[in-house]
Design a protein. Structure first.
Length: 436
């Protein structure tokens, strides 16, 4: 089939590449000329495990091409995916200007039947708005389908190739049949393509992300309470998670959720509720608790240094909002860095993938190291913000040797308390007793 993908970010590039992998002819469109040039030169512009192999293979096979021309994209594809940003607007709502702006252009350009598939995360009613924007100028038939994306950064390729489910919101049989045909190779194991109306599909995505953000936040509150009463959140987590109604996943406490999706999606659903006279009280709490959770380590750090961080140097392990990505959008590490800088401290940081993105944001306000050990040299303490695997079994002797004080503030509970006790390191984590 002939496919076009408009917007070539984490979702668009993975979508385009994976659809090429199943034999479709794909054109990816992006307004970012530099990005398009990079991709034409064979460079994957984001870090996403396994993407490079598929990317290279499909470019070589001439099934994957890149352009800045929306017209070229629209002329090519029978199915047009919108994988455009829907960032948080000032009032917390999803900014639909990218999606509706492109929809407006689509109406002016298309001259034969197309299926426009919205993959961006958008509020209920957006498919209707997209339809109206296109219909304003379109001189041919078209259908608009809502097909929210559930891939996780860091596992995006696997998630796309083997989705647990595909949600399709459509009221056109013709469009539904085309989409089912396109996705058939991805659900051979029997996972469902769930067909529903557009509004339900749009809400499914917000409901899923908000539920997961709530689960994380609930556990963070349990962790905070554990600290008050001397319980161990690791034990509580295991005790709870083995109940199959609850499940083991998303129960790990830490310094809050971040990324390009959960924060903005929870806020957007909350704001949509408000606009429709529904007060999502749970989501309001989730937003508030997560904001304070991101800096929950700061009072512990300030206490340890007797209230004065001026002139202290902190080594940070992990900057990305989660492991296996270079994405730093809403990453808790940034809240911690901002807070420490405002208190007069200096920051040295190491992350396997995200340092370039952080350097672009902070300039020379912080320094970076090439290795997880180099960054410790003469630092007053180590702070762990992202649970990259390489941090899980470190050489504690090197840590003790290089740090000025043998103290770790661990925002991701990477180590067993018994191991830390043996190492004689001062250790603060989340929802567990301090080791001093
Ligand atoms: P992104 O910011 O990584 O990529 C968006 C791309 O669109 C950029 O390359 C940008 O240059 C391009 N773009 C902007 N305006 C354009 C235009 N007019 N024409 C062509 N290209 C244009 O965004 P993303 O993370 O891929 O997210 C896209 C959507 O998918 C969002 O709604 C997001 O909420 C949703 N989503 C994201 C994820 C994720 O893990 N990142 C997962 C599921 C859903």
């Amino acid at each position: 089939m002939k496919i076009s993908v408009i917007g070539t970010g984490y979702v668009g590039l993975v979508t385009g590449t994976c659809l090429a992998e199943t034999g479709n002819e794909v054109i990816c469109v992006d307004i970012d000329e530099q990005k398009v040039q990079k991709m034409r030169d064979g460079e994957v512009p984001i870090y996403e495990p396994h993407l490079d192999v598929l990317f290279e293979r499909n470019i070589k096979a001439n099934r994957l091409r890149f352009t800045t021309s929306l017209k070229e994209g629209l002329d090519h594809g029978d199915i047009i995916f919108l994988a455009l940003p829907t960032p948080e607007d000032e009032d917390g709502s999803a900014d639909l200007s990218y999606v509706l702006g492109v929809s407006d252009e689509i109406g002016k350009i298309i001259s034969e039947y197309k299926v426009i598939v919205d993959k961006s995360t958008v509020p209920v009613g957006t498919a209707e708005k997209v339809h109206s924007a296109i219909a304003l100028n379109a001189k041919c038939d078209f259908d608009v389908v809502s097909n929210p994306e559930f891939l996780r950064e860091g596992f995006a390729v696997d998630d796309f190739l083997k989705p647990e489910r595909i949600v399709v919101g459509s009221s056109s049989d013709r469009a539904t049949e085309l989409i089912k045909k396109l996705y058939k190779p991805f659900v051979r194991s029997g996972n469902p393509i769930i067909i529903m109306d557009e509004k339900s599909a749009e809400l499914t995505k917000y409901a899923a992300n908000s539920f997961l953000a709530t689960k994380i936040t609930f556990m963070n509150e349990i962790a905070n309470y554990c600290e008050k009463v001397g319980a161990d959140v690791d034990m509580v987590r295991r005790g709870m998670g083995t109940d199959s109604r609850i499940g083991k996943r998303f129960l790990f406490p830490g310094i809050g959720y971040g990324g390009s999706c959960f924060p903005k999606d929870v806020k957007a659903l909350h704001k949509s509720g408000k606009d429709d006279n529904y007060d999502f009280k749970i989501l309001e709490s989730v937003i508030e608790v997560n904001q304070s959770q991101k800096v929950v380590l700061i009072p512990k750090i300030v206490d340890y240094f007797s209230g004065d961080l001026k002139g202290k140097t902190f080594a940070i392990w992990g900057l990305a909002f989660k492991p296996e990505t270079d994405d730093i959008r809403e990453a808790p590490a940034l809240n911690i860095i901002d807070s420490l800088l405002s208190k007069g401290a200096s920051i040295k940081a190491f992350d396997p993938e995200a340092m370039d993105n952080v350097a672009r944001k902070y300039g020379d306000k912080i320094t970076f190291s090439k290795s997880m050990y180099e960054v410790l040299d003469k630092a007053d303490a180590l702070i762990i913000c992202t649970e990259w695997s390489i941090f899980r079994t470190p050489d504690f002797d090197r840590i003790k040797n290089d740090l000025t004080n043998d103290v770790i503030f661990d925002g991701r509970n990477l180590y067993d308390l018994t191991d830390i006790e043996k190492e004689e390191i001062t250790y603060f984590s989340i929802g567990r007793k301090d080791i001093k």
